[in-house]
Design a protein around this ligand. Structure first.
Ligand SMILES: Nc1ncnc2c1ncn2[C@@H]1O[C@H](COP(=O)(O)OP(=O)(O)OP(=O)(O)O)[C@@H](O)[C@H]1O
Length: 361
């Protein structure tokens, strides 16, 4: 099978000795929307720049449609990159900015104009085609940068935090547009972000990175509900982790000896479990009941630290016996105002299938 993009054991060590990317392996299908997600400095941008050709690859191979790209300069790769600041030419019209890449390639004017017109129409930019970008809004500039990246008809569009400069409302609107555009054009998108909500909303698969290494590659829902590593469990969503030792496996359910007694959760499918493990419980899976209710699975005693109702959402902060806090949200119909007094003893519980047991490290 030939992938649109393949990174095979790719590594990057900067001249100063910094290992920025370590043994990065990824195969991307045509038309996939992939997000690189992780904290600042984890190597997302470096990886993107190696794919674009702006950064050399220290080890491993980078292939596009089965052809090795390591030694090709950026202009000879079938990729386009969109930078966070858009890097538009302020003195050129929108039309010229968009057509510049084709102009540099020496494409005849008639052919160039036809391509530029088509992409300006696709992105709704016809009305501002003759204006200069410095007089336009952030959202419009973002669209011009997209048009400029797409007009060269790349196999792969590389986007480095392209929505980072926009305010929250515009960001949301452009997110939807971007997703629609990507599906319509069928172009492979590789998108760098440190905003998890953006990655979860846009991507087919998310690559979570930490300290130069891939922690997990999964579709958003799976990443959210079935983390593979403690880093992902702490970085994505709102999980509570219970450290413990594996007591045994009952089919798919792992039984864990924790400081709060025996607890059960789904055994992580990607790694063999033994010895030290972590039981990961998403906030959404936790139920609160008054203490004394019997027959609950995975029951943990706690006390209510706060109970607030904002609009139609009840926010509850509970404190475990070991002092850790667990914050939960639910529709006000579920936990009505006044259902739990502050400092009341309660029991937290969850269904084993909603929790995941992963290796401790
Ligand atoms: N030109 C460079 N020379 C030396 N080290 C660099 C260079 N560029 C990046 N680094 C280092 O490489 C590591 C990865 O950086 P990179 O910019 O790829 O991370 P990132 O995940 O994109 O972070 P951010 O979200 O802050 O952009 C960091 O430790 C960074 O300091």
């Amino acid at each position: 099978m030939i992938f649109d993009l393949e990174l095979l054991h790719v590594g990057k060590v900067y001249d100063n000795g910094t290992p920025a990317v370590i043994d990065f392996n990824l195969a991307v299908n045509k038309g996939e929307f992939i997000a690189f997600l992780g904290p600042s400095g984890c190597g997302k941008t470096t990886t993107l720049r190696m794919i674009a050709g702006f950064e050399s690859i220290s080890s491993g191979d980078m292939m596009i449609k089965g052809v090795r790209m390591n030694d090709l300069p950026p202009q000879h790769r079938p990729t386009s990159m969109i930078f966070q600041n858009y890097a538009l030419f302020p003195h050129m019209t929108v039309r010229r900015n968009v057509g510049y890449g084709l102009e540099v390639k020496g494409m005849p004017k008639a052919e160039r104009d036809a391509k530029v017109d088509r992409i300006l129409a696709t992105l709704g930019l016809e009305d501002i085609a003759e204006r200069k970008p410095d007089r336009l809004s952030g959202g419009q500039r973002q669209r011009i940068a997209l048009a400029r990246g797409l007009v060269v008809e790349p196999d792969i569009l590389l986007l480095d935090e392209p929505l980072g400069a926009l305010d929250a409302n515009l960001r949301k609107a452009i997110q939807n547009e971007l997703k629609l555009l990507q599906k319509t054009l069928g172009v492979t998108f590789i998108f760098v972000t440190h905003a998890q909500s953006e990655a979860l909303a846009l991507s087919d698969r998310i690559v979570v990175m930490s300290q130069g290494r891939i922690e997990q590659v999964s579709p958003p829902h799976q990443l959210y509900t079935r983390p593979n590593t403690p880093f992902v469990a702490q970085f994505i969503g709102r999980n509570t982790l219970f450290p413990g030792r594996l007591r045994g496996l009952e089919s798919e359910i792992a039984v864990v000896d924790t400081g709060h007694g025996l607890m059960r959760g789904m055994a992580n499918a990607s790694a063999a479990l033994s010895g030290d493990v972590q039981l990961v419980v998403p906030a959404e899976a936790i139920e609160i009941t008054s203490s004394g209710v019997s027959g609950l699975e995975n029951a943990v005693p706690a006390r209510v630290a706060r109970f607030d109702v904002v609009g139609h959402v009840s926010h509850i902060l509970a404190t475990l016996e070991d002092g850790r806090s667990v914050s939960l949200e639910a529709h006000v119909e579920k936990y009505r105002p006044g259902s739990f007094a502050v400092d009341a003893p309660v029991t937290l519980s969850w269904k084993p299938e909603a929790a995941t047991v992963i290796p401790a490290a």
